[in-house]
Design a protein around this ligand. Structure first.
Ligand code: AHR
Length: 320
């Protein structure tokens, strides 16, 4: 090979080595919590869709609600040498070691929809809602709705130790603080699932005079609310009028409940956390662009005045 040809070859290798990674060349591992709710299923399908549209090779791992499975999956992604990792952390604590391992392997991690109690330099960014605000929006709706009336609330909490359960409780309590007529009479986890929401609500109804003493039910997600609505109906109560129903997520089933007059308010959580996460990763892997650490999605309140049938149709059309 001539010197000129060798120089040309060396130059093309150098260019190839310094060429920024395009989204289409990215391999991303995604450790998902499981499929506890309609919202979670929507997040999974939107993430897969977003990856496909960008030509990203997405390696998906379902942890079935277990943190140990998530840690194992992340270690597997590191061993495979993926370009980046997305994780929706089931609980807040216990992530330091595995996030440190990812950092030492130079693999950026983006948190999706839930937070961690770990040093911020262990992950590149977090794409999530302001969960305290979600609780506050739900609580404020109740404050505005009941006025001065005495109101005993029962609360269905999300998964114990998860940031949405901690923060949505906090935000709701902040909103009702200073309104002595509104009290949380009972509060228990329903694990973000429909079946557990129903079961726990049955207990609340029994303990509260067949439900007659309950003024409102606040659920940390719509799926638990839908389960609780069923429990109310089974007990001969009218959800939405005998007992106010307020929850979080804005999935199609809660809009169907609004259309039927059985739910009163929900706070929207977008299932598209992956779109912003992939944008951040593409820029970072291209030239080291540092993103905002916390990318906060919107928390819009919906009530039966907001065209619930239309919202139901739109979300169904989006593949929820
Ligand atoms: O972390 C987000 C929460 O997890 C959603 O509100 C709930 O439906 C899901 O299970």
């Amino acid at each position: 090979m001539s010197i000129l040809a060798r120089l040309a070859l060396a130059a093309s290798i150098a260019t190839a080595l310094s060429t920024p990674l395009l989204a289409a060349e990215m391999t991303v591992g995604f450790s998902q919590i499981g499929s506890e709710s309609g919202w979670r299923a929507a997040e999974t399908s939107v993430t897969k869709q977003q990856a496909e549209e960008r030509g990203i090779d997405l390696k998906f791992a379902d942890a079935q609600q277990k943190q140990e499975n998530q840690i194992k999956a992340i270690r597997g992604f590191i061993a495979q040498g993926v370009d980046a990792i997305l994780v929706a952390p089931v609980v807040a604590t216990g992530w330091d070691d595995v996030l440190t391992e990812a950092k030492e392997a130079d693999i950026p991690v983006v948190l999706l929809d839930r937070g961690v109690d770990a040093s911020e330099d262990l992950y590149l960014a977090s794409v999530a809602s302001d969960q305290v605000k979600e609780g506050r929006v739900a609580g404020q709706w109740l404050v505005d709705t009941v006025g001065d009336k005495e109101c005993k609330v029962v609360e269905l909490q999300g998964t114990v130790g998860s940031t949405p359960a901690i923060n949505r409780k906090k935000g709701f309590e902040e909103a009702i603080a200073g309104h002595a007529n509104i009290t949380i009479a009972r509060s228990q986890t329903g694990d973000f699932t429909r079946s557990k929401g129903k079961e726990v609500m049955e207990g609340f109804i029994k303990a509260e005079n067949g439900g007659k003493d309950i003024c409102a039910m606040y659920a940390h997600n719509d799926d638990m609310a839908v389960g609780a609505i069923q429990a109310m109906k089974d007990a001969g109560l009218k959800p939405g009028s005998d007992i106010y129903v307020v929850s979080i997520d804005a999935v199609p089933d809660i809009f169907a409940a609004m259309v039927a007059g059985e739910a009163n308010a929900t706070v929207e959580l977008t299932p598209n956390m992956a779109g912003p996460a992939f944008d951040v990763l593409a820029a970072y892997l291209k030239d080291g662009t540092k993103p905002e650490k916390f990318i906060i999605t919107e928390s819009k309140l919906y009530t039966p005045a907001d065209n619930p049938q239309g919202e139901y149709d739109t979300r169904k059309g989006l593949g929820y």
